[in-house]
Ligand binder design. Structure first.
Ligand code: C2E
Ligand code: CA
Ligand code: CA
Ligand code: CA
Length: 269
């Protein structure tokens, strides 16, 4: 550690994190946690979102919010992103081979991962892991769709033709027009948790959430509500015919070992 008086604490922390991030992959310090997605009408787990964590030897468990932006700036997001897809596919396949329910695993993709190599790399990982492509879903944001639209569209089409599904994450928070829902093969919209949070107290969040659900239904797109924490939110969503939900009410993201028990035993409500 080098302490210089000119450097403030956050610049120092950043420098040491930046160095450590370079070594984190080879030192095997990343982990995936899994959070269930529930079909409330059946009470079953229908999917799981893989969320990365960094088990840092000194700083402990670090949230992706604290290192994904840095990984994007440094370009390391490419290798980290590949690690995430590979680990999620191998894990899902291992659970299927153990006889656990076959469900989709959703992986978050950064816009920075949309290079010409993305599709070949994901297809190679699917082949290597022998996971049926329909059990892998890729979550992207509206802003990813708005950048390099033509190149992104051809990558998404290629992967969609191979059997993968795409979800729009944080739906409703982007600035984009809705016309891309017609152009891109999107199977799922995830209503952002900022709408779900106040859905029972803020009439405009309630109206927006209701409208998003209705729009998804009429376009024949699946809808998931994120950040579901209360029974009142579940009531609202159910009344508006949104049956797939994810949030702390059901389970926090869990380490693989714990998640596999949940998958085996099912969710109790
Ligand atoms: P996200 O994709 O929107 O993921 C949902 C976040 O909300 C997760 O935070 C999750 O733990 C949290 N969450 C789930 N249920 C609830 C709830 O009921 N209430 C509240 N308040 N929060 C809930 P997490 O795991 O810290 O991830 C933060 C963000 O980091 C993710 O947001 C995603 O944008 C990014 N991220 C996570 N893993 C990856 C990854 O493998 N690759 C990339 N590129 N980004 C990732
Ligand atoms: Ca996500
Ligand atoms: Ca989200
Ligand atoms: Ca987010």
């Amino acid at each position: 550690q080098f302490f210089s008086p000119e450097m403030n604490a956050s610049a120092m922390q950043r420098l040491s994190l930046d160095n450590a991030l370079h070594h984190a992959l080879e030192r095997n310090e990343f982990l995936l946690f899994y959070q269930p997605q529930i079909d409330i009408s059946k009470g079953t787990i229908v999917g799981m979102e893989a969320l990365i964590r960094w088990q840092h030897p000194e700083h402990g468990l670090i949230s992706p919010l604290n290192f994904i932006p840095l990984a994007e700036e440094t370009g390391l997001i490419i290798e980290i992103g590949e690690w995430v897809v590979r680990t999620a596919c191998l894990q899902n396949k291992a659970w299927q081979d153990m006889g656990l329910p076959h469900v989709q695993v959703s992986v978050n993709l950064s816009g920075f991962q949309f290079t010409p190599n993305l599709a070949p790399s994901i297809l190679a990982i699917l082949k290597e892991s022998r996971l049926d492509p329909r059990y892998l879903e890729l979550e992207i944001t509206e802003s990813t769709l708005m950048q390099n639209t033509e190149a992104t569209l051809s990558t998404i089409k290629l992967l969609n033709d191979a059997g993968l599904n795409f979800a729009i994450d944080d739906f409703g928070t982007g600035y984009s027009s809705l016309s891309y829902l017609k152009r891109f093969p999107i199977s799922t919209l995830k209503i952002d948790q900022s709408f779900v949070r106040d859905v029972t107290t803020d009439p405009s969040d309630a109206a927006l959430t209701g409208a998003i659900i209705a729009m998804a239904h009429s376009l024949n797109i699946n809808i998931i509500a994120e950040g579901v924490e209360t029974i009142e939110q579940i009531d609202f969503l159910t009344r508006h015919h949104c049956n797939t939900m994810q949030g702390y009410y059901f389970s926090k993201p869990l380490p693989a070992e714990q998640f596999s028990r949940l998958l085996a035993e099912g969710i109790s409500q």
